[in-house]
Ligand binder design. Structure first.
Ligand code: IMP
Ligand code: MG
Length: 177
């Protein structure tokens, strides 16, 4: 099968992603055994990772979703909640599941918002971490892969809403489309 247009190289194959998700899920299963775990993901990018992670975690858990939108051209990190969680998170152990932590603005906003709702604990689990572009520091508890400073697609990450369904993670060059 030939790669779709714009795909430059595969960073992590589907098998590598599955393997790493299983490892992180095992860590989470051990850490949260006997506790009241809820995974929270932001629509839409993190949905693919959340479902894979949830399937690989071996303890009971709940899931919930929220959606955010950035307002206007206000700059990075200027986001608001477009769809809120369905249920409160008070006294629960919350893991915020991210597709990628890049500058950190989005994650910081979400952490601040969720922390105000008094969860018992609040952590971050991200599929990809691009620390080279970090502007605000956020405490990443679990990450599957560190990636270089290149735009990537697949496993939920999109380019103009496409390529989310790729099973692998690939570097993409938008100029080659
Ligand atoms: P941050 O606020 O800069 O950390 O941005 C995080 C969001 O930007 C992610 O949730 C993605 O939706 C998007 N994003 C950042 N880098 C990439 C990428 O390489 N490919 C696709 N989406 C990305
Ligand atoms: Mg996106």
């Amino acid at each position: 099968m030939t790669a779709p247009p714009g795909i430059e190289r595969v960073l992590f194959t589907e098998e590598q992603v599955e393997q790493r998700v299983r490892e992180v899920a095992a860590e989470i299963s051990a850490k949260f055994e006997g506790r009241d775990l809820k995974l929270i993901a932001v629509l839409k990018g993190a949905v693919f990772f959340l479902t894979a992670l949830a399937r690989a975690i071996e303890i009971p858990l709940e899931i919930d979703f929220l959606a955010i939108s950035s307002f206007g051209s206000a700059g990075p990190g200027m986001v608001r909640i477009a769809k809120d969680l369905d249920h409160p998170i008070q006294d629960q152990d919350i893991l915020l599941v991210e597709d990628i932590v890049d500058t950190g603005f989005t994650t910081r906003y979400l952490l601040q918002t969720l922390a105000g709702r008094e969860p018992r604990s609040l952590g971050i689990c991200t599929l990809l971490d691009r620390t080279a572009r970090r502007i605000v520091q956020v405490p990443v508890d679990y990450r599957c892969f560190e990636i270089p400073d290149r735009f990537v697609v697949g496993c939920g990450l999109d380019f103009k809403q496409r390529y989310r369904n790729l099973g692998y993670i690939a570097v993409m060059d938008p100029d080659k489309i």
